[in-house]
Design a protein around this ligand. Structure first.
Ligand code: AKB
Length: 337
């Protein structure tokens, strides 16, 4: 008997940590975790199985079909925006070819299991590309259809994979003599910057937020690489996990689109600094602008319109800015450090 499981790629990443803990805590399902790096000890007991492997390894993915009844795929593996700019072609290979392999696996599983496999895909505000600060300010809460002209390889990868998800869920091999019966059920969330109290991000451009807080909590001086007035949307990690599980469990008939914005608060970099200083008065936080990374963040929206997510699947963050700092980050970071 093949065990019914949820497959999580990029399991050792920030979202992977939060998701596997939540699924484990609530005993929601068996998790098969996949990551290039060894899985954190604390996550091991929460997984049915951990596979240290590469999403570019088609043989490895093919074996999963024989061993497990995979109902849902959380495809979290990805190279983030800053790291992608240092090696765009490798980022393309992992972010796009890797996703293509998982979408293909999803279609094969749907065929094999005779029902659609849910494919949950974390996209990003990086799909947006605002041409200048004036337009960014004027646009305010951006809607999903607007300004999808990303300026980073990562953003290009994410928007393309959203299109691939639509193709694999609705139009895959549409001219084939033997049309596919069961496609995948592709569902996507465009995440803002995420702040986790348990893990520190690697390779992103919204990282200045969490880095500032984690450094302040450890008393390590921090040079913020964006201007104090820089604004993009952020969300506390528990809300990111909540949004993924809410979307996964939403009845398909309620979903009117494939990709959804979600958010919680849009602080300026200076506001994040002030919150960090309030909690850790001795923290040393300065602004040392990296113009190239600033240009990337300036192309991202200062806020997003997440009313479709609220309408279609009852999305609502549990932590606004104050609660994120006072009830989640600061207490957890005090415990951690
Ligand atoms: C990044 O900075 O690359 C990510 C993102 C906003 O998607 N955190």
């Amino acid at each position: 008997m093949r065990k019914e499981v949820i497959l999580v790629t990029g399991a050792n990443g920030e979202i992977g940590h939060g998701l596997i803990k939540k699924i484990g805590e609530e005993n929601r399902a068996w998790v098969v975790a996949l990551d290039l790096k060894p899985l954190d000890e604390e996550l091991m007991p929460l997984c049915e199985r951990f596979i240290q492997g590469d999403i570019l390894d088609k043989m490895l993915l093919g074996r999963l079909i024989a061993e497990y009844e995979i109902k849902t795929i959380y495809h979290l593996a990805s190279i983030l925006s800053t790291k992608s700019e240092y090696n765009p072609e490798t980022a393309h290979e992992i972010n796009v070819e890797g996703t293509l392999n998982l979408l293909r696996l999803g279609v094969e599983l749907s065929q094999w299991q005779g029902c659609s496999v849910k494919f949950i895909y974390p996209s990003s505000i990086a799909v947006y590309g605002l041409p200048d600060i004036e337009t960014k300010r004027k646009e305010g809460k951006i809607k999903e259809q607007r300004w999808c002209q990303p300026i980073t390889m990562y953003g290009c990868n994410k928007i393309y994979c959203e299109h691939l998800g639509r193709y694999y869920s609705k139009y895959y091999r549409q001219l084939a003599k033997d049309p596919i019966k069961n496609n995948i059920d592709f569902r996507c969330i465009r995440f803002p910057g995420l702040i986790s109290a348990d893990t520190i991000p690697t390779g992103g451009t919204s990282d200045y937020g969490p880095e500032m807080l984690h450094n302040a909590a450890q008393g390590i001086p921090y040079d913020c690489f964006v201007r104090p007035d820089t604004k993009i949307p952020f969300m506390a990690m528990p809300d990111a996990i909540k949004s993924l599980l809410l979307l996964e469990n939403a009845p398909a008939k309620q979903l009117t689109q494939l990709s959804y914005n979600v958010t919680s608060f849009s602080p300026s970099a200076l506001e994040i600094k002030n919150c960090a200083k309030e909690a850790f008065p001795n923290a040393s936080i300065n602004f040392k602008i990296n113009q190239n990374r600033q240009t990337i963040v300036d192309s991202w929206p200062e806020d997003v319109d997440d009313s479709p997510a609220k309408r279609d699947w009852g999305w609502m963050p549990d932590f606004n800015m104050q609660q994120s700092f006072n009830d989640y980050f600061i207490p957890a970071m005090r415990r951690l450090y």
